[in-house]
Design a protein around this ligand. Structure first.
Ligand code: ARG
Length: 457
């Protein structure tokens, strides 16, 4: 195919090179933003007297027709074209002739692609935020529903202290609320217009960058033209935010996988979100959670690809940068797919409260509360800790739980013990008396729920 830049070349591009060079399989996704950017650019050119009003009218009508035809399917995007920018400009020229050839005045594909990518990712960031909010809502509802369901809290995957399932779930709500903040922070810096930086050095035409920036909904325009066309920080930032979403979803997935194992049996995923085995008739596998965990590495890979792509690049544009879109688009799409499956997977799970309570009854998770009982009676914490440790060792030897020992057995360890200790180590009390801010107590849970519901408004 004849290239728009073919003027100084004596032979056509080798077909292998042509295919290798083409980015349209990835950047065709930005057709709408490319047209949006061109409409703003053309309007600015006419306003500044750089092209005529008649040219503007032809370009505007032509681009409008192209957009409608792409969306209706009447104009299939030619996957043999070099990129979406060339495809649309070529199609415009086919449709409106010379006016189409004037569109690229005072513009380069370098500022064009940087503009399109920002516009596209700004929209994608909105989509991700919406899905994050949806999952936060689901988690918050679950947090409320299971606020009184006692389970063991873990450190080192060893039973540690009693908490509630609601409190545990809400922890993920907090993580995702920060992710939401990171996406909106990334958009703040992303929302700066590179249009008018041209190839790298601006232009001799009297362009109005403020006008195009405003027309495209940017908050500002890049103050340095070299930086404007070379900056892909916004891709890295969004990808970093996507990586952290995946960290959180992957940790959550890991727990869901454990909780649905026979070893834990804290939850049952619904059949709708589980799969079977081709050979073992009894199997029900948490594939969705495993896939989310598995896809996490690929999103990190996108982030590392972007960082590595950029690290050695001299200013300004280099073709390496064409690789940016595949990575960041993939990261965003993967996160969206994971969020889409996660929310209904949680909504449809069954919680085995009895098993959680049973697990909480073992493992001496009320040992800290026993030590605190002595401490509140005046014993220094370290001394109380030591005696409690000896009591735990005694229980292990005996095959008993702390609540099984008689008051006489307790008194044989220390005279400060009295009957009220049983109340102090009752699991429900252990949880509800953890009234410290941020703890699993009822007030704290209410506060967490309120905070998360506020965030998603
Ligand atoms: N398809 C290219 C990209 O995505 C467009 C920019 C090409 N610029 C150039 N000077 N060759 O990066």
């Amino acid at each position: 195919m004849d290239k728009m830049w073919a003027g100084r070349f004596s032979t056509a591009l080798n077909p292998v090179a042509e295919d290798f060079n083409s980015s349209i399989r990835v950047d065709s996704k930005m057709y709408k933003q490319d047209i949006q950017g061109s409409l703003a650019h053309a309007a600015m050119l006419a306003k500044q007297g750089i092209i005529s009003d008649a040219d503007l009218a032809a370009i505007t009508a032509g681009l409008g027709g192209i957009l409608a035809d792409i969306e209706s399917g009447a104009l299939p995007i030619d996957m043999a074209a070099e990129d979406i920018h060339m495809f649309i400009e070529g199609e415009l020229t086919k449709r409106v002739g010379d006016a189409g050839k004037r569109l690229h005045t005072a513009r380069s594909r370098n500022d064009q692609v940087a503009t399109d990518t920002r516009l596209y990712l700004r929209e994608q960031a909105d989509v991700v935020s919406g899905k994050l909010k949806n999952l936060i809502c689901v988690i918050t509802d679950c947090g409320e529903k299971y606020a009184d369901v006692i389970m063991p809290g873990y450190t080192h995957l060893q039973r540690a202290q009693p908490i509630t399932f609601g409190h545990h779930l809400l922890a993920y709500g907090m993580m995702l609320s920060r992710d939401l903040g990171r996406v909106s922070d990334a958009v703040k810096r992303m929302n700066c217009s590179p249009l008018g930086c041209c190839a790298l050095a601006g232009t001799t035409y009297p362009i109005d960058r403020e006008y195009t920036a405003e027309a495209l909904g940017f908050d500002s325009y890049a103050l340095n033209s070299l930086d404007g066309v070379s900056d892909r920080d916004f891709c890295v930032e969004l990808c970093a935010a996507m990586s952290l979403v995946m960290v959180h979803l992957s940790r959550f997935s890991e727990e869901i996988i454990q909780w649905s194992s026979w070893e834990f049996k804290f939850i049952d995923l619904s059949d709708e979100f589980s799969t079977g085995s081709s050979i073992m008739p009894q199997k029900k596998n948490p594939d969705m959670a495993e896939l989310v965990r598995g896809k996490t590495g690929r999103v990190y890979g996108d982030l590392i690809s972007l960082l590595t792509m950029l690290k050695g690049l001299p200013l300004a544009y280099n073709k390496d940068m064409q690789e940016d879109k595949e990575a960041v688009f993939h990261a965003v799409e993967t996160v969206c797919a994971c969020l889409d499956v996660f929310a209904p997977m949680l909504q449809t799970m069954t919680v085995r409260e009895d098993n959680m309570l049973k697990a909480a009854g073992g493992g001496f998770i009320n040992a800290t509360d026993l030590a605190d009982f002595l401490t509140k009676k005046g014993m220094p914490f370290r001394a109380a800790y030591k005696i409690t440790g000896q009591i735990v060792a005694y229980c292990i030897e005996k095959g008993a739980a702390l609540s099984d020992l008689t008051i006489d057995e307790y008194k044989s360890f220390d005279g400060l013990f009295d009957e009220t200790l049983y109340d102090a180590i009752d699991l429900k009390n252990c949880v509800q008396r953890r009234t410290s801010a941020g703890g699993p107590g009822a007030e704290s849970i209410k506060k967490q729920i309120k905070y998360l519901r506020e965030i998603v408004k």
